[in-house]
Design a protein around this ligand. Sequence first.
Ligand SMILES: [Zn+2]
Ligand SMILES: [Zn+2]
Length: 687
Amino acid sequence: MGTQTDTARVKLPDGSMREFAVGVTVAEVAGSIGPGLARAAIAAKVDGRVVDLSCRLHGEVDLAILTGDDANADSLSVIRHSAAHVMAEAIGIVIPEVELVYGPPIDNGFYYDLALPEQRPLRTEDFDAIEAEMFRIIAEDRPFTRYEMAIDAGMAKLQAEGNKYKLDNARRAAGDGCDCLSWYATGVPKQDWEDLCRGPHLPSTGRIGACKILSLASCYWHGDASSDQLTRVYGTAFAAKKSLSKYLTQLEQARQRDHRVIGKQLQLFHIDEEVGQGLILWTPNGAVIRRELEEFIRGELRKQDYQFVYTPHIGKLDLYKTSGHFPYYRESQYPPMIEADGMQALAKEGCSCAELSNRLKGGDVHGYLLKPMNCPHHIKIFASQPHSYRDLPVRLAEFGTVYRWEQSGEIGGMTRVRGFTQDDAHLFCTEAQLAQEVHGCLELVKIIFSTLQMEDYRVRVGVRDSGESSKYVGSAENWDKAEQACRDAASGLGVPFVEEAGEAAFYGPKIDFVVHDVLDREWQLGTIQVDYNLPERFDLSYIGSDNQSHRPVMIHRAPFGSMERFVGVLIEHFAGAFPLWLAPEQVRVLPISEKYNRYAQQLHEQLKGAGLRVTVDDADDKIGAKIRRGRLNHVPYMAVVGEKEQTAGAVAVNRAGTNLGALAAGEFIAALKQEVDLRQPRKKNNK
Ligand SMILES: [Zn+2]
Ligand SMILES: [Zn+2]
């Protein structure tokens, strides 16, 4: 049975099969299914590739018609690429000297890179004029029309036009094996605006339901700092206006919740150029949050019979050669440190700077590393004494600070840093105990996330990428066992999980918790890794009930991941309004006038004595101003005191701006202490 050449056999997503004359267009197929679909269609997926509606079909194909659906990434990408063309044309009208470089769709929109004359840069003040032109082009509902030219003829056309960037794009396309060059005209070819482009595009500009120019950035041609400096214009587009307004609201909320902004406003942390980029200084308010989180974790770990250890910030390079962190992580580490004696010896040998640099890179020196991970230190603690099966599992925990080299461009706030503290632990157990121990780790992560009201998460089991075996250490047999243990534990969790190839660590598979935040973003936080390999590399053993020596299995786990990143995410999660147990300042006493300062001070002592974090605002201000200030600082409770309260030994309670009435001072303190001890979520404004 061969494919008939005079028909196109089209398999639709519902599994049905239809036959058409060969060369039928996607639009015609959509029309044959129904006039509604024909009207809604914007593009199609043919055998997994997104194409124009004008694409002609041959042979047997899988076909899915794409409609203007803002929940469909393929549809969005076609809409956004089309909007990028419209924006580029509009910019050319506002700034005729512009040279177009490259304009692809991206995750949340699209951008276009432009070369602009020095005397006429693009400014945000130009956005309105450009958008007005875009809306006009969209209202004209011009068709996107594709035409093709042979490579040579196409190159000649581009040469004549003289845009070196487009010529470069065309050379790349030819190098990628394209057999022709294609253009998309917005309207009539060789008459209306056009762009060298592979497509696909919408049938016409009128199908762009909503679009907006968002921001400007500068960038370099090919991302190369020694090359031409370009202007990147970001925008976004959707099929529906309401999708755009929802997205813009989210952007604004993200801006308001940005942990760098709130961190500064509430004085939670500081980054100082002189200390170094990506190195977080925890200021007193942020340190309170970190300490409370650490105490919370310690309490949970004590319940699970963990033991606490402390280890230094550096270790010998040889240690990390044994563990494999060097060279596997070499690219993301600070280079090794060499002691002064060692340096002098190298100098005597006549070691040049270039040679030293090579030796550092190759690890061919006696030196120390800032620790990129805590595992080797914990392993050495385990190995420091003999173990019998009766001792296992051994669970060693430490808030251990590690250092990684991140490119400076990647660093921002607390979520990407060069030094960070993991809520780390390593469990050493028998193979028979493994499933139980992984389960315990998963339970711990669940408790933590539910206490912090981060219950919208998914679970990902990261396994090997079978195509890249050189990336991983250890035997295939051990990997199989470890991957199976992770799968089993994840399926017992009662939360859906997906398995992803290539997401494993170099020494073993892992289970990641990916938290979904209020702004629809995802953060990879807690992680649990099963490891058969490091116990082997360090030759760890225990004596089994059979009196023979056996190899333990190791689990690495960090529910928060890193304190820095986690607190950064928490700041945005709570938008600065932390639950009472985490709030740096829990209560603020507000005397309504100077007359009550003394009573306010008494209350201050009482609250402090009960272990609460309290301040008094005795500034010479109206009470309304004091309350506003307290709200601005996200203080959970304010205790207002005047004549009535002083006489009764009471406080007027204000929670996040809402009056809750008077309470005797003792009752107020007891209620607060209970809220703290139970780590209750922050109560809403309404009573
Ligand atoms: Zn294009
Ligand atoms: Zn580890």
